[in-house]
Design a protein. Structure first.
Length: 344
């Protein structure tokens, strides 16, 4: 299975999905039919997926079954799924909160529950054909098509997009996707989520506030990303307690890394579980893989040298304190040498 992107790319046009404001903000939607049967090609002008760098893509599309198979600590998409779950909940709640006309608390909760259901998020995963890129152990094949798996995969991609692009860009993407969903599926009211310009202005306000606070500042006031500019009530701000001493300055975070093709000569990370991914890809392509190894040096401080040969041709080398580390490094180098790595 190859990581070369086959994900569909659609140009999103926000004006194509603008809708009129609903005149029924107090109607309960929990008892309505959630959606009608639609084909996965029936969504017009599906918003384009945010682009990810090569190594992040590999983590997004690695199922936990591969990590379990090689006893690694991490390297699959479970951590990104947790991040994406909370980011999506925040975005959808904020979109419903700033909706015009305003919704009651129970209506916000009903719509939020519907939009965050496994069924809806799995539909989004299928629309983008994310399962086409998923890597997993063959023993997990029966569970891959379950809605819960589609939901986890979409949330992992969202979490990675949030890490690389930030909240503003991800919020634009989800806003258009949600607006398309409520326009195509039954059981949802007509919703006005505003336009991109309001989100850009909110992003500028957020950056200005962060700059004025300095690297050690932290604000408990949430800046809404919609049209409203009212800050949430902070019960702790009425009687602020001055700090005993100024905390040491925190160094600014490094700039975001641009998309790039990973260096095949970089040392392997054992927790990334590169070896089973390479072996699986080679097996699916009908290629034979060998790992001839050699040990040099004294027994207590020697080094292992491993070659990775594909169809008898050397494609990678690895060196490490253990045979497994050297083998992992050789497989990683061969993976990029074969041209199987994604293009960031």
């Amino acid at each position: 299975m190859v990581l070369t992107p086959r994900l569909r790319s659609h140009i999103a046009d926000p004006s194509a999905v603008e809708t009129d404001m609903s005149s029924e903000p107090n109607v309960s939607y929990s008892s309505r039919k959630r959606h009608r049967s639609v084909t996965y090609d029936g969504f017009p002008e599906l918003p384009t997926l945010p682009k990810l760098s090569g190594m992040v893509v590999l983590e997004v599309f690695t199922h936990r079954s591969l990590r379990l198979a090689c006893h690694a600590t991490y390297g699959d998409n479970e951590r990104l799924t947790v991040l994406g779950q909370h980011v999506l909940g925040l975005i959808i709640t904020q979109l419903l909160f700033t909706r015009k006309p305003k919704l009651k608390r129970e209506n916000i909760e009903d719509l939020r529950r519907a939009l965050l259901s496994d069924e809806i998020i799995d539909v989004w995963s299928r629309l983008y054909r994310l399962r086409d890129e998923l890597r997993y152990d063959s023993s997990f094949q029966p569970s891959v098509d379950e809605p819960e798996q589609g939901r986890s995969l979409f949330l992992a991609y969202l979490g990675a997009a949030f890490e690389e692009h930030g909240l503003i860009d991800v919020q634009k993407w989800i806003r258009m996707l949600v607006q398309l969903t409520v326009a195509v599926m039954d059981g949802f009211p007509t919703i006005d989520f505003g336009d991109d310009s309001s989100e850009e202005q909110a992003g500028k306000r957020l950056k200005v506030e962060e700059a004025s606070q300095g690297p050690s500042g932290f604000s408990l006031n949430f800046v809404p990303l919609g049209k409203t500019s009212v800050k949430h009530y902070n019960p702790y701000s009425s009687q602020p307690t001055p700090p005993l001493s100024a905390p040491p300055p925190i160094p600014p975070p490094p700039p975001p890394m641009p998309s790039f093709s990973p260096n095949p000569l970089a040392p392997a990370q054992p927790n990334l579980a590169f070896l089973p991914i390479f072996n699986q890809t080679a097996a699916q392509r009908g290629m034979s893989v060998e790992y001839p190894a050699m040990f040099t040096g004294p027994p207590h401080a020697g080094r292992w040298h491993v070659m990775c040969k594909v169809n008898g041709i050397e494609k990678g080398k690895g060196t490490g304190s253990s045979k497994q580390l050297a083998k992992e490094q050789a497989a990683r180098m061969a993976y990029f040498a074969m041209g199987w790595a994604p293009r960031g």
